[in-house]
Design a protein around this ligand. Structure first.
Ligand code: TYD
Length: 347
């Protein structure tokens, strides 16, 4: 089968492209990515020139481009999205364009050419989850940030295509994901790269917000299984059973790096910050036999070790042309030190 992977130069997307090429020798992948900022050609290093892989730079909201690519593929897996909650609070419109209009543009081509589409979504569409509860797939979508609302909007558009046109769409809702090549704006890679450069770690509020942590390769495996075996029109939660308060994650991260806890700085909380996400992922386990293959310690250690060995990758972002430093200074009010792990100088 030939799979169109949109957002395939991003964090989880590139892990998925690698997985398909490695596990399905008869399959081909066409990666469509805008390379806006979190999508990076370096994420496809080693596979970009694989004879079973083709890279196309472009936007999922470009109807003509998308139509041609969908026509020549058997299925679409959509990782393309604006994904960072803090950026969604600064610029919600960009999130609606990518996460709602972009999804609708893909759906329209998928409908016209009668293909299957997998929409990669998030546990954040359920909103805040009270202690003791776990979100199950039929629960209402009660998003609370512009990011989560836009992802929920994309999901609802999928639902409309399933119901109105009988389009073959499946949805995954993943929990917080970490691993190699995650853009260093998200908590874990930001804190690892700050710690490696002896910069403070900005913990929002009391740091007792709870997230469930999944390795990108386990996430990619779940997406692949749902694409191939998921029931049309269904959604599947993809959790890990690794619920931790942020401060526990931060302490474990600092301990792994041998850095002091004095690097932690509590900063004002994110507006509307969801206190807890927690998924019941019994459905994907029962129906498709998926389960994560790494525990929390291994997931975190693998992630940290990748950033330790790949300081060139994240050093380029912190020094780079996509204005990470501008975002960082706007978000935290701090100047960014751009040196890699072995460097020292602040900008
Ligand atoms: P993040 O990685 O942005 O993922 P999400 O908001 O989608 O869950 O954040 C994970 C948790 O870490 C979340 O509770 C917010 C918190 N956080 C901080 O405390 N400080 C930070 O600088 C960032 C980016 C996140």
């Amino acid at each position: 089968m030939r799979i169109l992977v949109t957002g395939g130069a991003g964090f989880i997307g590139s892990s998925y492209v690698r997985r398909v090429l490695a596990h399905h020798p008869a399959d081909e992948v066409v990666t469509l990515d805008l390379l806006s900022y979190a999508g990076r050609l370096s994420n496809l290093e080693g596979i970009r020139d694989d004879p079973r892989h083709r890279f196309v730079r472009g936007d999922i909201a470009d109807a003509d481009l998308v139509d041609g690519l969908v026509a020549e593929c058997d299925a679409v897996v959509n990782f393309a999205a604006e994904t960072h909650v803090d950026r969604s609070l600064l610029d919600p419109a960009a999130f609606v364009r990518a996460n709602v209009t972009g999804v609708m543009t893909l759906l329209e081509a998928v409908r016209r050419h009668a293909k299957r589409m997998l929409q990669v979504s998030t546990d954040e569409v359920y909103g805040d989850v009270e202690p003791g509860r776990f979100s199950v797939e039929p629960d209402p979508l009660l998003p609370r940030s512009p990011y989560a609302a836009a992802k929920a909007g994309g999901e609802l558009m999928c639902r409309a295509y399933v119901v109105s046109y009988g389009t073959d769409v499946v949805i995954t809702r993943g929990c917080n994901t970490i691993g190699p090549r995650q853009y260093p704006e998200k908590m874990v890679p930001l804190f690892v790269t700050n710690a490696l450069t002896d910069q403070p770690l900005p913990v929002y509020g009391d740091g007792m917000q709870v997230r469930d942590w999944l390795h990108a390769e386990d996430h990619a495996a779940a997406v692949d299984l749902v694409l191939r075996q998921g029931r049309a029109g269904e959604s599947y939660n993809v959790g890990a059973g690794n619920e931790r308060p942020n401060l526990d994650v931060v302490r474990a991260l600092l301990a792994h790096l041998g850095k002091p806890e004095s690097l932690v700085v509590h900063v004002p909380d994110r507006p509307g910050h969801d206190r807890r996400y927690a998924l019941d992922w019994g459905k994907i386990r029962r129906e498709l036999g998926w389960r994560p293959t790494r525990d929390f310690e291994r997931t975190l250690a693998d992630t940290i070790d990748w950033y330790v060995t790949n300081s060139e990758w994240w050093g380029a972002i912190r020094r780079g042309t996509d204005d990470f430093a501008t975002y960082y200074e706007r978000q935290y009010g701090w100047r960014l030190a751009v040196a890699g792990a072995s460097g020292t100088g602040a900008r």
